[in-house]
Ligand binder design. Structure first.
Ligand code: GTP
Length: 321
């Protein structure tokens, strides 16, 4: 396979936390680097007000009238795939509605990576400092739990609107965020002002990208971050595998992997298969794709070694280099 993998980043955070503010910065930054970005926006309402705020020259897909993670989840894959095919961007940003369940979004994005060469590289969670402080004081409730969930899955937490809280409160919030997500990075901002390099320098052990101007060419190894929070590992397979060996590999996946899925070809079967793995259960569905799909395996979990899984798969698919 010669075509490159497009890195995908998810921007999440509760309503009004500063996602669009950050997105605009990231798009400006991408432009100044000579990258071609694309954006997928999801609004709960029927009108995409955030989209109006974004430079009209940026390719953008909109998913309106629902939340990515529930009502229109299936469309996410289609939209992402279309964006990638049509515009061949260097990077895709997904701005999700402020009420989305983050794990569901990750699931949907990884689903999409089965149909095109896309790889989720980071989840950036915006937090409204004052809002979180208020919720902390109350200490319960649906919004509080959602904010916590959004923080937990982040590779980077942006504690935004710190101009609206005092220094001691800011320190308290940082401490709590670090408790909920010990491995994620935290940055405190006003108007989401940050150096985008902290986003792109997030570790990723799987490197398919060979694009000279892509965001990740310089980041081959940060193994110390390899195993520390909920993360997604996408591995494109290079050849057919033995079905029994692959089943054994799934059975022996580390505890930390709680979800895996993908498309595989076996040497010893006639069909290709869509495989699913969830809570140690596996399922294989024979498929006959109408269009070209790559063999790929996606893993979601905590505390597992991407490098280890990657090298096992390389062996299974007969790649020796
Ligand atoms: N005081 C203050 N206001 C901010 C800061 N960052 C963003 N804002 C303002 O907060 C409002 C919401 O910001 P957005 O970037 O639209 O937030 P969002 O997360 O995209 O909002 P939704 O799309 O509704 O979920 C805007 O009016 C911003 O100008 C900050 O650090 N401090």
């Amino acid at each position: 396979m010669t075509d490159r993998t497009i890195p995908v980043y998810v921007l999440t955070g509760f309503l009004g936390s500063g996602k669009t503010t950050l997105l605009r910065r990231l798009l400006d930054d991408a432009k100044s680097r000579g990258w071609k970005p694309a954006v997928l926006m999801n609004e709960v309402g029927e009108v995409n007000l955030d989209g109006i705020m974004v430079d009209a020259s940026v390719p953008m897909a909109e998913m309106l009238g629902g939340c990515i993670c529930c009502t229109i989840r299936g469309d996410l894959g289609v939209e992402l795939t279309n964006l990638a095919k049509e515009h061949k961007p260097d990077v895709i940003w997904i701005e999700s509605t402020g009420v989305a369940q983050p794990l569901e979004i990750l699931d949907a994005v990884t689903e999409a990576s089965m149909y095109g060469k896309l790889e989720l590289r980071g989840v950036v969670t915006l937090v409204d400092a004052r809002h979180l402080l208020d919720r902390l004081r109350i200490g319960s409730g649906k919004t509080f739990r959602l904010m916590q969930d959004q923080i937990r899955v982040a590779s980077l937490v942006v504690l935004n609107k710190t101009d609206l809280v005092g220094e001691p409160e800011k320190a308290e919030l940082q401490e709590r965020i670090a408790e909920w997500n010990p491995a994620g990075n935290i940055v405190s901002t006003v108007n989401a002002e940050l150096d985008p390099r902290i986003i792109y320098d997030e570790p990723a052990a799987n490197f398919e990208t060979g694009h000279p101007h892509g965001p990740h060419d310089h980041m081959e190894s940060h193994p110390h971050h390899d195993h520390d929070h909920v993360h997604v590992f996408t591995h494109y397979l290079h050849g057919a595998m033995d079905s029994h060996a692959f089943e054994r590999f799934l059975r022996e996946l580390p505890e930390g992997v709680y979800r895996a899925k993908g498309i595989v070809t076996f040497r010893d079967t006639a069909n290709r298969y869509l495989f699913q793995y969830a809570y140690r259960e596996t399922d294989f569905l024979p498929i006959r794709p109408q269009k070209t799909v790559h063999d790929v395996a996606v893993f979601i979990g905590e505390d597992f070694s991407k490098a280890d899984i990657g090298s096992k798969l390389e062996k299974l698919s007969g790649r020796t280099e």
